[in-house]
Write a protein that binds this ligand. Structure first.
Ligand code: SF4
Length: 390
């Protein structure tokens, strides 16, 4: 039997309760943790009801791994680690970058759609984000992300509403397509970040950040001045403009982009008509790598910096897994972190498209993993390895 070795097998962190975790287990554990911590509103997305996101309130919470999360999420970092945004905030550069992004919303070009909506005047863009209002679905410690992001205290995930890519199979479509969330202010988002750090999360993980990048930098400026010191994860579909990435240079510590499609016909058909997705994403990933380099966990198994690429294996080779891995091997170092994801499920409108209306098979997943290993890629996160052994 083929032995599938992952980069994360040698991590010093062992969190038995999160190893090989199914989605159901993850949700259960996250819910239990948040309930213990008095953060039920985080889990259920109702961020208004009595949850103090400011610097008081969490106290010495008990993390699921048994450690004291009250010591905050920085405790497993290297002594000399300082997130990039701190220097920029201290010099005033972070505020300037936030303003530059904010100005772009007068004829919005925050994403490659460049739809030109005047968000300052309240116009809603193609992404459906309403003007200069910020809508957040939930903020919580996430135990289902990549293990070096989860560590012991979880990844401090902030789910942002709406999306300009809008995949027809999106598993979070209620948030990304339907915009399920609550209006929040920049100060409130800064408070969420500080609270997530306080309860033991090892990073702040912005999910679908592109159309809210201006708000994120403004909130980060506030949170950094108040003591935020965990890395920022930019958890994106990969479809990003280089002009925006230049403004994020030095702000983002960990880029977590998807590389979903190789073929532009598929990307046009299975998103909101985004046929330039493959070409734009390739350029974006190269720029992300230039900024933060290869992702390697520190000696405690926690990620502090680097590029972590995600690729979701799809049925009938719709995503172009082989071509994407070939491109990674040719254009990035062999130890580039690549998560080969096996979790595809036909959510939302996927049943309208016969080629993607089922889960993948073990054989389809194995073929992709074998190909990646055959290319000599050494930093693979093979989340479906247990499933493969069946
Ligand atoms: S972020 Fe939204 S409003 Fe801005 S260009 Fe993209 S789709 Fe348009």
């Amino acid at each position: 039997m083929t032995k599938y070795r992952t980069s994360t097998e040698k991590l010093s962190i062992t969190t038995p309760s999160t190893r090989n975790m199914s989605r159901r287990c993850f949700l259960g554990q996250t819910t239990r943790f948040c309930c213990q911590a008095g953060l039920t509103a985080m889990v259920f997305g109702n961020l208004a009801t009595g949850v103090a996101f400011a610097e008081s309130g969490a106290g010495a919470l008990q993390s699921p791994a048994g450690g004291s999360a009250g010591a905050d999420g920085t405790r497993l970092f290297d002594r000399d680690f300082v997130p990039g945004y701190v220097k920029l905030q201290e010099s005033g550069e972070l505020a300037k970058r936030a303003d530059a992004l904010w100005d772009m919303m007068s004829r919005c070009r925050l994403c490659p759609r460049e739809c030109g909506a005047n968000r300052h005047r309240g116009q809603t863009g193609f992404c459906r984000s309403p003007g200069t209002q910020l809508f957040i679905s939930s903020a919580m410690p996430h135990f289902g992300e990549e293990r070096p992001l989860v560590g012991r205290g979880g990844s401090g995930t902030i789910f942002l509403t709406h999306c300009s890519l809008r995949c027809v199979f999106c598993q979070n479509y209620e948030i990304s397509h339907l915009g399920r969330g609550h209006e929040r202010g920049v100060e409130e988002m800064a408070g969420m970040m500080l609270q997530l750090q306080r309860i033991g999360c090892h990073n702040i993980n912005f999910v679908t950040p592109t159309h809210y990048s201006a708000f994120i930098l403004r909130a980060l400026n506030v949170a950094s001045a108040r003591g935020l010191r965990v890395p920022v994860v930019y958890n994106t579909c990969g479809w990003e403009r280089l002009e925006i990435l230049a403004l994020l240079d030095g702000v983002v510590d960990i880029y977590l982009p998807d590389f979903k499609f190789w073929d532009s016909d598929y990307s046009a058909e299975l998103t909101a008509g985004t046929e330039d997705y493959p070409e734009i994403t390739k350029k974006a990933i190269l720029e992300m790598h230039r900024q933060v380099g290869v992702a390697k966990p520190n000696r405690n198994g926690v990620m502090q910096r680097g590029l972590m690429v995600r690729h979701l294996v799809m049925p009938n080779e719709v995503g172009g897994s082989v071509e994407i891995l070939d491109w990674v091997a040719e254009n990035l170092p062999e130890d580039t972190y690549v998560n080969i994801m096996a979790q595809y499920n036909p959510y939302h409108k996927a049943f309208d498209f016969p080629e993607i209306s089922r889960r993948i098979t073990g054989e389809e997943y194995r073929k992709v993993v074998d190909h990646a290993q055959g290319l000599g890629l050494t930093n693979l996160d093979i989340q479906g390895h247990r499933w493969l052994r069946r």
